[in-house]
Design a protein around this ligand. Structure first.
Ligand code: FAD
Ligand code: NAP
Length: 313
């Protein structure tokens, strides 16, 4: 027999947006169920120091997310370890099917599924994935003690990954496709002043090279964006940090979308194109994409959901 769980407010995703929605939803006496997904705590669990969460000069990402989870539980939200495989928004209550077979029905739904790392799409990138190619320095940096690594990208993530990797690697080369970074100035300052980091401007990754007969990575072939000239750089690891794409697969055919796969919301609200379905955080935000803005949108989503449910009686 199918295990079915009903709730007034179903929250999908356990990043800052989901947990904040859970805190507010619980305080509105909606007894929310929050489904955590494959990455409990979301993207901040794969980083180290977070220095822009108000109230904490510095807090470790995983610790901050554990605190948010504890807060949501303490307020009365039920936190479920499951992943939603499919979601039906065609009728109320909305119906979500978990990987383990449990069906969750909700009178209102907050979508807070965030974003996932983007890849370049090179065959060699896929070939060496997990064997020298990574999108998470905090997860894999340890394997590169005393070795040389390359980081691809020019945003906050790429710069933070490069800085973090200097804890292990003998040398880090940041490769960026333009001649200036989009990362925050304070991070750029740290990057340029770190003697272990070199920057190669105006280059893209053409191919990840193998290490002779071995199974791992031996180098990176880079291409100059203007001249097309290539150069091979010896390295043991390639970290791809070129941004994230919204995790909107569950709803792509059911909700109005924005360019880039972000869920559309009515400006100034978290209301999606389906009444009773609300979206918050990186899933809908292609501009700010911060922990604090995601948490803010999680708050808005719970308040919008509470108002919707009150209007429904
Ligand atoms: P996410 O944190 O992306 O969480 C999404 C959640 O949805 C996850 O729990 C996942 O398991 C769940 N999920 C996805 N699909 C499903 C499904 N089908 N079923 C159930 N659950 C699902 N921002 C800052 O403000 N400061 C920083 O210092 C900072 N550092 C960062 C460092 C790195 C390396 C990265 C990658 C990002 C960083 N960011 C930082 C950005 C910040 O992490 C994000 O803006 C924020 O986490 C977005 O929160 P979110 O709640 O929208 O989603
Ligand atoms: P991002 O800001 O979108 O930057 C992606 C970088 O990758 C850009 O420099 C981009 O180049 C480059 N890039 C994209 N596609 C590429 C390709 N195909 N080939 C080569 N390079 C490519 O992504 P992010 O750095 O992951 O940051 C995402 C969000 O999280 C941002 O809002 C960021 O502020 C936030 N974040 C915040 C912190 C913090 O506050 N400390 C830390 C990490 C992330 P161009 O510059 O040429 O476009």
């Amino acid at each position: 027999m199918t295990d079915t769980r009903h709730t007034r407010l179903l929250i999908i995703g356990s990043g800052p947006a989901g947990y904040t929605a859970a805190v507010y939803g619980a305080r509105a006496m909606l007894a929310p169920i929050l489904v955590q997904g494959m990455q409990p705590g979301g993207q901040l669990t794969i980083t180290t120091e977070v220095e822009n969460w108000p109230g904490d000069t510095m807090v470790m990402g995983p610790e901050l997310m554990q605190r948010m989870e504890a807060h949501a539980r303490e307020m009365g939200s039920e936190i479920v370890t499951d992943h939603i495989a499919s979601l039906d928004l065609s009728q109320r209550p909305f119906r979500a099917q978990g990987d383990g077979g449990t069906v969750y029905t909700g009178d209102a739904v907050v979508l807070a599924t965030g974003a996932q790392a983007r890849w370049l799409g090179l065959p060699s990138e896929e070939k060496f994935m997990g064997m020298g190619v990574s999108a998470c320095a905090t997860c894999d940096g340890f394997f590169y003690r005393g070795r040389e690594v390359v980081v691809i990208g020019g945003g906050n993530t790429a710069v933070e990954e490069a800085l973090f990797l200097t804890n292990f690697a003998s040398k880090v080369t940041l490769v960026h496709r333009r001649d200036s970074l989009r990362a925050e100035k304070i991070l750029q300052h740290r990057l340029f002043n770190n003697p272990k980091i070199a920057v190669i401007w105006d280059h893209t990754l053409e191919e990840v090279l193998g290490e002779g007969d071995g199974p791992g990575v031996g180098g990176a072939r880079l291409r100059h964006v203007a001249t097309g000239e290539t150069q091979d750089l010896a390295c043991a690891g390639v970290f791809v940090a070129i941004g994230h794409s919204p995790a909107s697969e569950l709803v792509r055919d059911q909700l109005r979308m924005q360019e880039g796969g972000y869920v559309w919301v009515e400006p100034g609200t978290t209301r999606t194109s389906v009444p009773g379905v609300f979206a918050a955080g990186d899933l809908t935000d292609h501009v700010y994409r911060q922990a604090v803005t995601s948490a803010g949108m999680g708050c808005m989503a719970a308040l919008d959901a509470e108002k919707f449910l009150a209007e429904q009686g």
